[in-house]
Design a protein around this ligand. Sequence first.
Ligand code: SF4
Length: 346
Amino acid sequence: MKKINMEMRRFFLGITTACNMDCTYCFVNPTNEVMKIRSAKKYVKYFLSSGGDDKLLYFYGGEPFLFPKLIQEVDSFLVEEAKRRNKKTSVLIVTNGTLLSEDISDYLKKYSPKLMVSLSGTHDSHDLFRKIKGETGSFGRITENLKTFLRLVKEKDLWVSYTIHPKMLDNFYKDLDYLLKLGFANIHIEPVQFTEKVHWNKYQLESFEKTIEKFFGQIQKNIEKGIFIFNSKIIRDIEIMFGIAPQDDFLYSVYNNLRAWPGDRLAFSHFLINLEEKRELPNDIAENYGKSIEIGRSGSKKARAGERVWGIYDAQCRKFAKDVMIKAQKNKQFQRYIKECLTRAI
Ligand code: SF4
């Protein structure tokens, strides 16, 4: 049997279920809970005591920047503990990008975390689903704050998260192009999935596939010219090809997808906590540690529509990773690209 790398490389702290936004496809149950500092520290200790020397801690929610002081305190604890244990750590904040305060700026300057801002393309696409509570959208606020994020966060550490809903497909390519022009070089693409509210039909799936193929083709052409655009899933697939990440990384393995929520609820996928058929982890993490679970195999037909769009995305990313690995055998730009990918893994 192939040996799996079961080092815990990343851990997700869902520090709150509260959010200042009200996105149509949100998967978080807005119970307005906040993680207690002692729980957060307990998880940091657990994470650092697990196998592996290179650790990435995610802060997400809800909106984590509603609580910048909590983030700073946990990050400071992480740095101290990691130093004591001689481990390398980094932090990624997943934010809706609408909040900016002195506390947030100070934290960004002092701790230099990676930052992932949710911006779903152009004004028309983004504001279709992503609204600040009581307002008509959030695009204006984010693009204003982005000037500060671009100044305070290094290009290699700044990610944009683009959520694609079937109703945005007409703008899909234009949106991705727009994000690159704004200055992002790192793109995380998230097709809306695992929800009863969204169904991808056959034509939408075909359109999604065509656009992704075209976009990835453009990225490859750019690599030849020495212009590099990165994608989180492709990076992971390259890591898998090198044996750095386990083959089944996307099957919600406990060791690589463990997430903690307020109230000490644990899950191994962000969808699980709010699915009707709950599959939170029982208290005994150790018992489940080596397991990988495919969460899409159950639930209603509609909820499972996400499996198909994810399947298409997965196949396109794997193909891209394979192509660049082949091209890297002869082409120096592709070799450089792969090297750079591995430094940007999230
Ligand atoms: S910003 Fe994120 S957590 Fe907040 S409502 Fe939107 S999807 Fe949900």
